[in-house]
Write a protein that binds this ligand. Structure first.
Ligand code: DMJ
Length: 679
């Protein structure tokens, strides 16, 4: 239906055929003709001449009249526009087709202004051309493996690097938009950071392209991570302060447990990055606002690794007992999860009521969840000298150590809270639901001073189980990957989550485990890198499918449902280990590529980064409007440490990272090993 005001039609009034007016007109025309006939020939000629003269004058003056008329029309439209603008309204004149600034992808104008108002404002600055790059992202991708150059080799042509301008007061920076990627996101950082970095670092010449391009200066990668963190924090602070997650596009927040997950996850990252002001305001929130006395169900695993782990590591870094007190509080409130017949914990705990329960649909818990909380609770026992936490958690490990249903050290994905036994046996993966079981075997062994041999045995056996059952190579490029086993059949798919494995294998080899663990780490690291490099956005999908016999010349396929990227950390986590243990700068370059692509495809102009729905479409990566807490807790922290030249900053010989990237100290030798009760 049309609204009453809307009149998109022309009104015609037809005369009545019986109307008297019609007959009267005919009579009038007949009498005019009679009068014309009665005029003399001279009179008729004079009248005709006069009419012809007027007609010619009219034709000659037509263009200027038209222009004047046009000017009047335009001016009134503009005046209307300004007037409406002053009132905060933006009318669209009838028939107006907005022109897109150069570089804007068609379709952007379709985005509703409430979703991305920046795009539609007429005042948006014109977009300068993006800086010339030696390896433009559009060239990335299938079918051949990408042998990618260093991103530090980005070339900035003359006149294109001034993306940070001072405003007239010389104070605040006025940022210029560089380019749009897809519908809702902006690449504002890449060049901007180069400019920032240019002021700081020396010049390095690029031999290959020096004929065509000016020398560029090395980018300060560490500063780039700080800048990315600040940008993410800006969004969190503005739209989600004290809440669990930022929804950066809708400029609001998401709640999971209502515990300020992003803020707590990010505490130690801010400390490590040296962001003192940000840390101080977050600490104040913990001091004055954070309360665990809440009638809320939380997931035992997630709140242990993010909240307990985050508070413990922040306590270690700062030695501020505020964080230890809060850690004790949440730790004790999670204990009811263990009130089960088997002592295998339930997945969910109400931290206010002190009750726990499994998910509604099952009495099973996932193996990764119940076996990846020990690093944190063991540390809590050590710090508080209260053995209750460690006893319960150690029980799980002992129990799983002797449990039936493993296959060459590989564990099924579920364990029952009543029987304490594996269920739904027959499926084995290093991905979701099992991943951190393997990670924590090694890391507990390291945390405890390499004394708990059952942990080491289980770890070594599991890695052999991976080799024997899950390891394959792709066609045509012979990438090594870890598949999944389902009832004896190998499914050649690998979660991005599995990319923690190269780093863990390297950590083991660094600590004296077999050298072939390092060889496997090198191969798997290459595969994880290719999961990024072969995608059009340079960002990995959530799940990759590998070709064993390629018919299309590609090693990696991605199913439509698996094309998302959640800003996950596992690959950059492994890159940190690989760089620290090999000193090979290619790992830093791979990490830098990833950061650049996060900036290109996931950065939201008003603050924050968003997970995306399609890593294969650089024009529309389909932002999902969510910044996971682990982006600040893990991804940016690992990137910062990867680029930092200070290997003593969270030394891998002094700390183990929990599975949420919170560093916990390796116990000093005098204190190492089991707690007194277990020794
Ligand atoms: C994090 O919460 C942890 O790293 C966990 O072990 C796996 N999933 C996310 C990150 O991807």
């Amino acid at each position: 239906m049309y609204s009453p005001q809307r009149k998109d039609f022309v009104s015609l009034t037809l005369g009545d055929q019986h109307s008297h007016n019609y007959t009267n007109g005919k009579h009038r025309r007949q009498s005019c003709w009679r009068k014309w006939k009665q005029l003399s020939r001279l009179q008729r000629s004079l009248i005709l001449f006069l009419l012809a003269f007027l007609f010619i004058c009219g034709i000659l003056s037509y263009p200027s009249l038209t222009e004047q008329w046009r000017g009047l029309t335009d001016r009134s439209l503009k005046e209307d526009w300004v007037e409406m603008d002053n009132q905060g309204l933006r009318p669209i004149p009838p028939g107006f087709v907005p022109k897109l600034p150069p570089g804007v992808v068609p379709g952007v104008q379709d985005i509703p202004p409430e979703v991305m108002p920046e795009i539609q404002r007429p005042s948006i600055p014109l977009l300068p051309k993006p800086p010339a790059m030696r390896k433009p992202p559009s060239k990335r991708g299938p079918p051949a493996l990408q042998k990618r150059g260093k991103v530090s080799d980005w070339q900035v042509k003359d006149g294109e690097e001034a993306t940070i301008k001072r405003d007239e007061d010389g104070g605040k920076e006025a940022k210029t938009l560089i380019s749009w990627r897809g519908a809702m996101i902006e690449a504002e950082q890449g060049t901007e950071l180069q400019s920032t970095a240019h002021e700081k670092e020396g010049t390095v010449a690029d031999a290959e392209d020096s004929a065509n391009l000016k020398p560029v200066k090395a980018v300060d990668r560490v500063e780039a991570v700080r800048e990315a963190f600040r940008h993410a924090w800006k969004g969190y602070k503005a739209f989600a302060w004290g809440h669990d997650e930022l929804k950066p596009i809708s400029k609001t927040h998401g709640e999971w447990f209502g515990l300020g997950l992003t803020l707590i996850d990010a505490l130690d990252t801010m400390w490590i990055l040296g962001l003192k002001d940000e840390f101080a305001e977050a600490k104040k929130w913990v001091e004055t606002e954070l309360s665990f006395s809440k009638n809320v169900d939380v997931n035992l695993f997630e709140s242990t690794i993010r909240v307990l782990g985050g508070l413990l590591s922040t306590y270690h870094l700062t030695e501020d007992t505020l964080f230890l007190d809060k850690a004790k509080d949440i730790g004790s409130r999670l204990m009811p999860a263990f009130k089960t017949p088997s002592k295998i914990p339930y997945s969910d705990v109400n931290i206010g009521k002190g009750t726990a329960h499994p998910p509604r649909w099952t009495t099973d818990s996932t193996v990764a969840e119940v076996t990846s909380i020990q690093l944190e609770f063991r540390e809590l026992s050590r710090l508080t000298k209260d053995p209750q936490y460690q006893v319960l958690y150690f029980f799980i490990i002992v129990n799983v150590h002797g449990l039936e249903g493993k296959r060459d050290g590989l564990v099924p994905m579920f364990i029952n809270t009543n029987s304490g036994k594996f269920t739904r046996r027959g499926a084995f993966t290093l991905g979701a639901r099992a991943d951190s079981y393997y990670e924590y075997l090694l890391k507990q062994w390291l945390q405890g001073g390499k004394k708990e041999t059952e942990l080491l045995e289980d770890y070594l056996q599991a890695i052999e189980g991976v080799r024997k059952n899950l390891l394959r190579q792709t066609s045509p490029s012979k990438l090594t990957f870890v598949g999944e086993l389902s009832n004896g059949r190998l499914n050649p798919k690998m979660d991005h989550l599995v990319c923690f494995l190269p780093g863990t294998l390297a950590l083991g080899a660094h600590n004296g485990l077999p050298a072939d663990h390092m060889e496997l780490a090198l191969q798997l690291m290459e595969t994880c890198h290719q999961m990024y490099a072969q995608m059009e956005t340079g960002l990995s999908p959530e799940i990759a499918h590998f070709n064993l016999q390629s018919s299309n010349g590609r090693d990696i396929d991605v199913k439509p449902a698996d094309r998302h990227n959640l800003l996950r950390p596992e690959t950059v986590e492994s890159l940190l280990y690989m760089y620290r243990f090999t000193n090979d700068s290619k790992y830093r370059d791979w990490g830098w590529d990833i950061l650049q692509n996060f900036n290109k495809y996931t950065r939201v102009p008003s603050g924050g980064y968003t997970s995306i729905g399609n890593v294969r479409d650089p024009l529309n990566p389909a932002p999902r409007d969510k910044m996971e807490s682990f982006f600040l807790g893990e991804t940016l922290k690992y990137l910062f440490l990867l680029f930092s030249d200070d290997n003593e900053l969270i030394s891998l010989d002094k700390y183990v990272f929990n599975t949420e990237a919170h560093p916990l100290p390796i116990w000093p030798s005098t204190l190492s090993g089991r707690s007194p009760e277990l020794s």
